[in-house]
Design a protein around this ligand. Structure first.
Ligand code: PEP
Length: 253
């Protein structure tokens, strides 16, 4: 039985004060909601304050990125240990915006997963096809490559310590959600590959989130798909009330 997970990616939004206030409000709103894990990913500068605000609530804090070295002359980067020290327990890796705008590849994703494990952070590893790739019927090939290369060298024991987020790039921030059938098909494919390549038990245990214009109105039909274990939510995670509604609707039936 996989516990549903709803993770909010706040991207480059919210000041330190706004992030802490949102976490406090969210903590109250979801305090009675059991059976769903809840995570938010503030900007680096807000992680410490958000983690303090989350203390005593059921909200986990994630970084939106990390670098694989522990420390050194890497201007602008942040290590897993630094995220952990600031209060994060999770980290998003390989988001499509990082891949498209900042040159991340499956190779860097792979190194970052190793660094996250080394700092006892739970990676949320993003994969997904572009619109062109979908229209060329390459979706499954793209996912296979991202899984193979991104998770290269990992064992079944490693797989159960991370979360996959299937985020079709054409659905991110566009208001265009994958239909439940499209999401269900992609998630089933990912699950099949995880079972084949990491063993049936590990493949069954690994949580696979859907991301791409998730909102309170569509989470229920998405999470009703057998291999959809929750959501990675961008825009709709910024409003604590709407995000809490998504969390409530993700509860197991
Ligand atoms: C995301 O950034 O991971 C995301 C899914 O964004 P949105 O929900 O806004 O589409």
């Amino acid at each position: 039985m996989r516990t549903p997970l709803i993770a909010g990616n706040w991207k480059m939004f919210k000041t330190v004060a706004e992030a802490a206030a949102a976490v406090r409000q969210l903590g109250e709103l979801v305090s009675g909601v059991t059976g769903v894990d809840v995570v938010v990913a503030p900007t680096f500068t807000a992680i410490h304050a958000a983690a303090q605000a989350a203390s005593g609530t059921r909200i986990g804090i994630a970084g939106q990125n990390l670098y694989w070295e522990k420390e050194g002359a890497f201007t602008g980067e942040i290590s897993g240990g630094m995220l952990k020290e600031a209060g994060a327990a999770w980290v998003i890796i390989g988001h499509s915006e990082r891949r498209a705008l900042f040159g991340e590849t499956d190779l860097t994703v792979n190194r970052k997963i190793g660094a996250a494990f080394a700092s006892a952070l739970t990676p949320i590893v993003c994969i997904g096809e572009t619109l062109d790739q979908r229209e060329r019927h390459e979706t499954f090939d793209v996912l296979d490559t991202q899984i193979r290369q991104g998770l290269e060298g990992l064992t079944g024991n490693d797989l159960v310590r991370l979360v996959i987020a299937y985020e079709p790039v054409w659905a991110i921030g566009t208001g265009r959600t994958a239909s439940p059938a499209q999401a269900g098909e992609a998630h089933a494919h990912i699950r099949t590959r995880l079972r084949q390549w990491f063993g049936a038990d590990a493949g069954d245990q690994c949580r696979i989130l859907y991301g791409g214009s998730v909102k309170p109105e569509n989470i229920a039909e998405l999470i009703a798909q057998p291999d959809v274990d929750g959501g990675l939510v961008g825009g709709a995670s910024l409003d604590p009330k709407g995000f809490a509604e998504i969390v409530r609707k993700a509860r197991p039936a």
